[in-house]
Design a protein around this ligand. Structure first.
Ligand SMILES: NC(=O)c1ccc[n+]([C@@H]2O[C@H](COP(=O)([O-])OP(=O)(O)OC[C@H]3O[C@@H](n4cnc5c(N)ncnc54)[C@H](OP(=O)(O)O)[C@@H]3O)[C@@H](O)[C@H]2O)c1
Length: 268
């Protein structure tokens, strides 16, 4: 999402830098890139294609459908069957693929998940999967009930929701999905538009001689084995820092201190 222009609209200020981030990610061994035709729109997908096509067999380019863009840069929902089909086709075309590896149905709105049936939209994606245009399905910005509803329609391999050290509404859902062998992909892992800031985070980072970003990512990887990281960046330097930082070892004391940020009692 960070590779398009400001507000995720139009081209990036530095196109070569965006292409360099993508190539460096794969060079560092990253096998999962999260995108959407709505980023730019089309811009991020076209950069991914230019930088990385033909894709290495190990790389999963993961996309989402269910929202479009308006002229003011808003993200209005687009979950009617014909809109979903068009969005899948647009992702295929811009990424240069015959089959999309993993498509998330994006639900809710900018304020978060909203209750309500996803059946019509998810059945449309299940049908596109049967037709061979999609390999795997996921849901995004979804409630636990919507995940359950989707699972009754087709296999769900992943859930992509807002989650980080400070936003822990999905704690129960993450544990449930781990038991069901379903991946959980936190978006805004670093806080998104408002970077994570907390005294406890800064204190743990200082103790470990690491950055708060590294600690936030390492904490997510420790939080549950089904968590996959997609921190966004437009910078090769930040990308390298994030890949190295995610491997930071955290002690039980660190984890207990970090648990206080999201208002959780010490877990250990
Ligand atoms: N499903 C959904 O509804 C949904 C919604 C939002 C996002 N997403 C996905 O989730 C991904 C991550 O979300 P996000 O990019 O919005 O938020 P994020 O990963 O929480 O934070 C990205 C921000 O952190 C900065 N950053 C990254 N690494 C840094 C470092 N080492 N030091 C300092 N700053 C650093 C980035 O700036 P620089 O560019 O300067 O590094 C950027 O401003 C997106 O790229 C998108 O694929 C999905």
């Amino acid at each position: 999402m960070q590779l398009a222009g400001p507000g995720v609209m139009g081209p990036p200020a530095d196109r070569d830098a965006a292409l360099a981030v993508l190539r460096e990610a794969v060079g560092l061994g990253i096998t999962h890139i999260d995108t959407a035709a709505a980023y730019g729109p089309r811009v991020t997908n076209e950069l991914i294609r230019e930088a990385l096509h033909p894709y290495p067999g190990t790389l999963h380019v993961v996309t989402k459908v269910g929202a479009t863009r308006d002229e003011r840069g808003g993200w209005p929902p687009a979950r009617e069957p014909d809109q979903l089909r068009r969005a899948v086709e647009e992702n295929l075309e811009t990424l240069g693929l015959d089959t999309l590896d993993l498509v998330h149905l994006r639900l809710g709105d900018a304020q978060g998940p909203r209750p309500g049936s996803l059946a019509r939209a998810f059945e449309t994606l299940a049908e596109l999967r049967r037709q061979g245009l999609i390999r795997h399905l996921g849901v995004s910005n979804a409630t636990a009930e919507q995940v359950t509803e989707a699972q009754a329609i087709a296999p769900v391999v992943s859930v992509q929701n807002l989650y980080n050290l400070a936003h822990r509404h999905d704690d129960e859902l993450i544990d449930r999905l781990a038991a069901e062998n379903v991946a959980y992909i936190p978006f805004f892992p670093l806080g998104g538009f408002s970077p994570l800031q907390s005294e406890a985070l800064s204190a743990v980072a200082a103790r470990l001689d690491a950055t708060p970003m590294a600690v936030a990512l390492a904490w997510l990887l420790r939080r549950s084995p089904n968590i996959l990281l997609i921190p966004g960046t437009s910078s090769v330097r930040h990308l390298r820092e994030n890949v190295a930082g995610a491997g930071l070892p955290l002690s039980d004391e660190d984890l207990a201190d970090l648990d206080t940020i999201g208002g959780r009692a010490r877990r250990r």
